[in-house]
Ligand binder design. Structure first.
Ligand code: BGC
Length: 756
């Protein structure tokens, strides 16, 4: 009863607020000229990383435009003073004094950088995910930013695609939970506070399914796959109240997303009820000329009429819409609707009340890169690492003796934050070498050697070291660099090889056709193994790498992604056992690039391989089995967990009943640890083919040494729903396999029958 009254009150308050907002915006829009309305739809870039220039006085063209009311917002401009200055131009020198909105790519933290999103997803801990976004929002808002181009919720199943690093992996269910947590973290429950910022969910949609994993490439997929696999995180973010969406660069059904009315209006707005605004990606409208769907005027009209509200960088909506309106190619109603949505966003952020509310120089001094935030980033980073192998319990290392620390990534700060860390000060990041020194002091002797360059090919290394992240080239012959590392190994008790990708080997426009560790680094790894010393591979990467050989030959592998500004200390915390690793993979690790796209929730064919590989006329390869090296959901701990058989409270259910599935998980080792208990369901027979298993729940639990806990999942028909051939979202009665385990491969299962 109380809840009902509270909800009714909340609904009432919301309606009053909406009515107030409408009255305010109606009045404002009455005063606006067509040009001023179009100005609100214009988002030029002013960021240091884009132009290298400065906004305001130093950029007279931009200031002139702002004064004329031709700018709705700016993006990637950093610093509270600069932002205050530009806002002043709008507030003091433009006719209607409409505040600007300031956006930025705050992707995984601001100056305090958290793990790249793919790493963060491996925590499977929604509190940590939300917390990382909360801290990012606090820091960004303290520095003048009120809008972030995050979360990136693209499902990615192709390790070649560099932007797999920016998302949450291959699974729609997990991706949806993370999407919601990120929106909550950024926006909180009150967007008008001065320390919450508006989320922008991107890249809508299907961007992660680019053909051949090549960035920006063509996408072509069935509507069933869109709705069942690629759309869910977007819908979840919209349901969570995300304030804005970004259209993707790729085409959807033959029409670029930016001009795809079905995608932007019919699905997002009408079907899902999204109420915010939609921005293009960077020059997304202009690029449609090259896509081949018309000249600049045509594509800008198409984008606007499809449902785009804001034009990032390209300025074609600003420049062509008046002409298009005269010629009947766009409608005033559409321009008004777009303008209203931008003004509503500014209203919700409270910018009309106080345009400088995010420009508090005091906050900027105290709340950015604070000790408390760095501590959280260090702890979250350590929990994002995935222990892939630990033969003979080489890890954790003892805090004594001598360690050979080898590898091109072992003594580098700039690469630790990973791709898309535009607000970071790389000099403040901690390298692995510095992190180890901080954690072990002088109890351990460390002999450092570079071991190899990032790659033998200098040109490749240049491409992989952009944005000030070059690792520096060692010009000695490769054999000499290796010999130095082998000498270090020979004088040590254990070798820690810090290898893999540089930060810019993943991220935007960083696709790879070879997803192995570069050969130059493999060469030193082999030489180190030949010394007979125990070798621990600390693997930096922004994508699942093909590490079959390493998985067979290196005794211990810790995958650390890019852990953020505190990565170095976090790596040391895990290496020396101060933190017990608990991350689990959110993408399958293939044996070879030829297997991608690879994902656990695949379907059966009529000729699926059952039994041993290889079988003629079955769906398999001549040269490699179908298995991943490490499956989705996989990750080890310094302790071990055992799973009891699965218990189902009923074997036959009807209608809206609830099934309870449980297992008892026991920590059989001698240290406390965390385990991610995962629930998968298989719908055995459907009106359309169904995946062999789908994640439907998970719980991250703490278990002391020797402790057991019974973990239960409640399953209702809601968990069985999917989009059928007619895209109707419902469940179908029949047989289901219920599976629980510590990864997607090793599960305990039971069967049920569920009738309607
Ligand atoms: C990227 C977006 C990003 C935008 C603004 C584009 O190239 O695709 O993810 O938000 O640039 O920096």
């Amino acid at each position: 009863m109380i809840t009902v009254i509270m909800l009714a009150q909340f609904g009432f308050a919301q309606t009053t607020q909406n009515a107030k907002m409408k009255t305010f915006i109606d009045a404002l829009m009455k005063k606006m000229t067509l040009e001023e309305k179009l100005g609100q739809l214009n988002l030029p870039g002013a960021g240091d990383i884009v132009t290298g220039g400065q906004a305001g006085e130093d950029n007279s063209q931009l200031a002139k435009k702002i004064k004329e009311g031709k700018v709705g917002g700016l993006f990637n401009i950093k610093g509270v003073e600069k932002i205050r200055y530009v806002q002043q131009v709008a507030m003091e020198q433009s006719r209607l004094k409409i505040p600007l909105i300031f956006g930025m790519d705050v992707i995984h933290g601001y100056e305090t950088v958290f793990p790249i999103p793919l790493g963060l997803s491996c925590t499977w801990d929604m509190n940590l995910v939300e917390r990382s976004a909360r801290v990012a929002a606090i820091e960004a808002s303290a520095d003048g930013i009120c809008w972030t181009f995050s979360p990136m919720v693209d499902i990615a199943r192709d390790a070649r695609w560099g932007r797999i690093a920016e998302g949450n992996g291959e699974d729609p269910y997990l991706g949806s939970q993370i999407a919601k947590a990120m929106v909550r973290g950024y926006q909180g429950n009150d967007l008008s506070k001065n320390n919450t910022i508006m989320a922008c969910v991107k890249h809508y949609a299907l961007y992660g399914a680019a053909e051949a994993g090549r960035d920006y490439n063509t996408v072509d997929m069935s509507h069933q796959r869109m709705f069942n696999d690629y759309f869910p995180p977007f819908k979840a973010a919209s349901d969570a109240g995300a304030g804005s969406f970004m259209a993707s660069f790729n085409e959807v059904d033959g029409v670029p997303a930016t001009a795809n009315k079905w995608l932007l209006t019919d699905v997002l707005r009408k079907q899902w009820g999204f109420k915010g605004f939609i921005v293009t990606d960077y020059t997304g409208i202009n690029e449609m000329v090259d896509h081949g769907i018309g000249d600049l005027q045509t594509v800008s009209a198409r984008a606007l009429m499809a449902g785009i509200d804001m034009d990032m960088v390209g300025e074609s909506i600003l420049n062509y819409s008046a002409k298009s309106l005269k010629e009947g190619k766009v409608t005033l109603a559409q321009i008004d609707a777009a303008c209203r949505r931008i003004l509503e966003a500014k209203y919700k952020l409270g910018l009309f009340d106080d345009p400088y509310k995010y420009c508090d120089a005091n906050r900027a001094k105290t709340e950015i890169f604070s000790d408390a935030h760095r501590k959280e980033a260090r702890s979250i980073a350590a929990q994002s690492f995935v222990l892939l192998k630990n033969q003979n319990n080489i890890l954790p290392l003892k805090k004594n003796g001598t360690i050979a620390l080898v590898g091109p990534l072992a003594d580098n700060k700039e690469n630790m934050p990973g791709t898309w860390s535009v607000a970071a000060n790389f000099q403040k990041a901690t390298s692995v070498l510095a992190g180890i020194k901080e954690v072990v002091g002088d109890k351990v002797k460390i002999i450092y050697a570079k071991g190899s360059n990032l790659d033998a090919d200098e040109k490749f290394e240049e491409r992989a070291g952009m944005f000030g992240k070059a690792l520096g080239r060692d010009t000695r012959p490769a054999a000499d660099i290796i010999t130095e590392a082998v000498n270090a190994a020979n004088q040590s008790d254990v070798v820690v090889a810090v290898l893999g990708e540089s930060a810019e080997m993943s991220g935007e426009s960083s696709s790879r056709s070879n997803i192995e560790i570069p050969q130059a680094q493999k060469d030193v790894l082999k030489a180190l193994l030949q010394t007979g010393k125990p070798v621990v591979l600390v693997l930096f990467t922004g994508r699942p790498l093909a590490i079959k050989w390493e998985s067979e030959n290196v005794p211990a592998i810790l995958n650390v992604w890019f852990g953020g500004s505190e990565a170095g200390c976090a790596v040391a915390d895990v290496l020396f056992g101060d933190v017990n690793p608990s991350g689990k993979l959110t993408t399958s690790f293939p044996q070879s690039v030829g297997q991608v796209p690879m994902y656990y929730a695949h379907k059966n064919t009529g000729r699926s391989l059952e039994g041993p590989w290889f079988q003629k006329f079955r769906s398999n390869y001549l040269d490699v089995s179908n298995d991943p090296v490490y499956p989705f959901g996989y990750g080890l701990s310094y302790t071990n967990f055992s799973y009891s058989d699965i218990k189902l409270n009923s074997a036959s259910l009807k209608g809206n009943q609830t099934l309870t599935a449980s297992v008892t998980v026991t920590n059989t080792g001698s240290t406390a640890g965390k385990e991610v208990v995962q629930l998968y369901i298989r719908d055995v027979v459907g009106s359309v083919t169904r995946p062999v298993k789908e994640l439907k729940g998970f719980q991250k639990i703490d278990l002391k040494a020797g402790e057991s806990k019974t973990i239960s999942f409640s399953i209702t028909p809601n968990d069985l729903k999917f989009y059928n051939y007619d895209l109707k979202y419902d469940w179908e009665p029949g047989e289901f396999v219920i599976m629980i385990g510590g990864n997607s491969r090793d599960v305990k299962s039971g069967k049920i029958n569920w009738v309607k």
